[in-house]
Design a protein around this ligand. Sequence first.
Ligand SMILES: [Zn+2]
Ligand SMILES: [Zn+2]
Length: 244
Amino acid sequence: MNHSLRQLAKGLADVVFPPVCVQCGEVVEGGALHHVCVRCEAMIHRVEPPNCTTCGSPFFGEVEGERLCPHCDGMRPDYAEGRTATLFKGAARALIHELKYHHGLHVLADIEAIVRASPHIVGFVRDAIIVPVPLHPRKERERGYNQTALLAEAFARAAGGDTRVESLLRRVIDTPSQTAFDRRARRENLKNAFALRSGTTLTPTLPYILIDDVFTTGSTLNSCAGVFRRAGALNVRVVTFGHG
Ligand SMILES: [Zn+2]
Ligand SMILES: [Zn+2]
């Protein structure tokens, strides 16, 4: 189908099945996003500096010289800096949920639009090599795709320039769901969970940015960053769509 036909088909589909908001279920009319209504879009918390340089969460109020949030204070991450595009709640959370659990590949354009409108993120990832946190092959087969790889592509499109995505990591251990564990247990579980794909050599000076959908404890991203560090990468950062 050529482009204009596809547009027409989509236009017709929108009339018959108008897109509903992933957050509140109302019909989406107007606004910059196709799957988030204007009201819910306005409530998306887009992170702007000042922010914690490890997890990316924003500082509120007086922050003279502050660089780390209380949660990250004392952590020694294996990466130089982390940023997040949004706080992981409301429609931001609903978009990722749709992508991850409902085969919601159609929301990627909205995610891209949110990132594109964020100079804080565009400037951070532009011209870097974005590396998605991998799923275990078994899980990827089950789901049919790795949502983080698709997210990485959306970030790369939003940032433009020479930004590119390279899937350099593989998950060697099928880690159990992380939600049931405390911080130390998570770290233990994730130790040696990731490795470089065979045949991968890193260029120490290239800018690598590891990406995940959400920053919770940071242990997954940090475990991936450790792999890069040990392989000699000197310029490793992390980015997430949401913090929560
Ligand atoms: Zn809504
Ligand atoms: Zn932090």
